[in-house]
Each structure stands twice: as C-alpha cells, then as structure tokens.
Design a protein around this ligand. Sequence first.
Ligand SMILES: CC(C)(COP(=O)(O)OP(=O)(O)OC[C@H]1O[C@@H](n2cnc3c(N)ncnc32)[C@H](O)[C@@H]1OP(=O)(O)O)[C@@H](O)C(=O)NCCC(=O)NCCS
Length: 149
Amino acid sequence: MEIIVRKGKLKEFRKILKVLQADPAALHGMPEEQELMSMGSFVRGSLSDPKMNLVLVAERCKKIVGCLFAELWVKKGFSFLSMIAVLPEWKGKGVGELLYQMFEEHCRKIKGTKALVWLVGTENKAMAKFCRKIKAVRGKKFYYYEKQL
Ligand SMILES: CC(C)(COP(=O)(O)OP(=O)(O)OC[C@H]1O[C@@H](n2cnc3c(N)ncnc32)[C@H](O)[C@@H]1OP(=O)(O)O)[C@@H](O)C(=O)NCCC(=O)NCCS
C-alpha cells in the first residue's frame, strides 16, 4: 500500500473537507473558536495561510484518505495540532501515524519549536490510544473552559 503524505493545496479544498465531514469525531478537540466557525472556513482559511498553518494530506492513488491541520506558532516555540482525520474505510492502516510523523518532522525543522500540543475529547478512545502510540504525554495542568454565546 503506497501512501504519500504531502502538503495540501487550496484547489483540493473540497476533497479535504470531505475527509473531515466523514466523521463527526473530527470536530472534537478543535479549540472552541474553530468549532464555532464552519468547517469550510476552517479548511479554506488554513489552506490559504501556509505561513501560519500546515495542512498535510495522505494520498493513495490520487484519492485523499486522511488529513492533518496544525497551527505553527513559530515565535511561541510550539505548534498546535488542530485536527487529524482519516476516512472511515482507511482507519487502522497506519495513515494517521504517517500524517503525524510528517507533522513532527516538519516541526523539528522549525528552529525554536520545543513542543507539539493538542486537545482530545475525553470520549475519543481511538485518539487517546493513538496519542499513547506516538508517545505523547497527557497533561494534568489545565481544565477546558468555554462560554456559550
Ligand atoms: C484517530 C485517527 C486519526 C487515527 O488514525 P488511523 O489511521 O486510524 O490510526 P493508525 O492506523 O495510524 O493507528 C496508529 C495507532 O493508533 C491507535 N488506534 C488507531 N485507531 C484506533 C482505534 N479505533 N482504537 C484503538 N486504538 C486505535 C493504535 O494504537 C494504533 O497503533 P496499532 O495499530 O499499532 O495498535 C482516526 O481514528 C480518525 O480519523 N478518527 C476520527 C477523527 C478524530 O477523532 N480525530 C482526532 C481529533 S482530536
């Protein structure tokens, strides 16, 4: 199975959006301000601002089967993984791990970046196990607050 991981392009906006729309779990873990935005604006906004955002896609035979979104907070010394999603029929085949590895590789090359951070819904067992697999440490210091408007 040859899967290529590369940067996503603005013209692929719809294909990438489809991957996120395929799984409602894809929304969980997004920071609240992004949850309030439409997923379309989130995808388009990320693709149109490559200086601040990294969008990776996993491609198999020209079909996008997974994607990863991250904000590169270069001056702050860390990057925020806002979303990772794999099409349901492609889950459990290592696609998520390939996307994550490329993200980590990219951030290791950014001088001054010391950590990668993200949020995971408490009910998201698959992602929790995924995080253990990639050796990420679960934080204990923060509660998630939100104020509905
Ligand atoms: C979480 C997600 C991105 C993982 O992608 P994936 O391609 O299926 O994961 P991989 O095949 O690369 O698996 C890597 C490891 O993650 C863990 N894992 C992945 N899916 C799992 C599942 N359903 N149950 C338990 N562990 C799982 C395993 O430890 C696995 O390693 P192993 O197969 O050697 O045991 C995918 O399930 C997904 O798209 N979920 C919906 C969107 C989502 O919840 N995103 C995260 C929001 S914070």
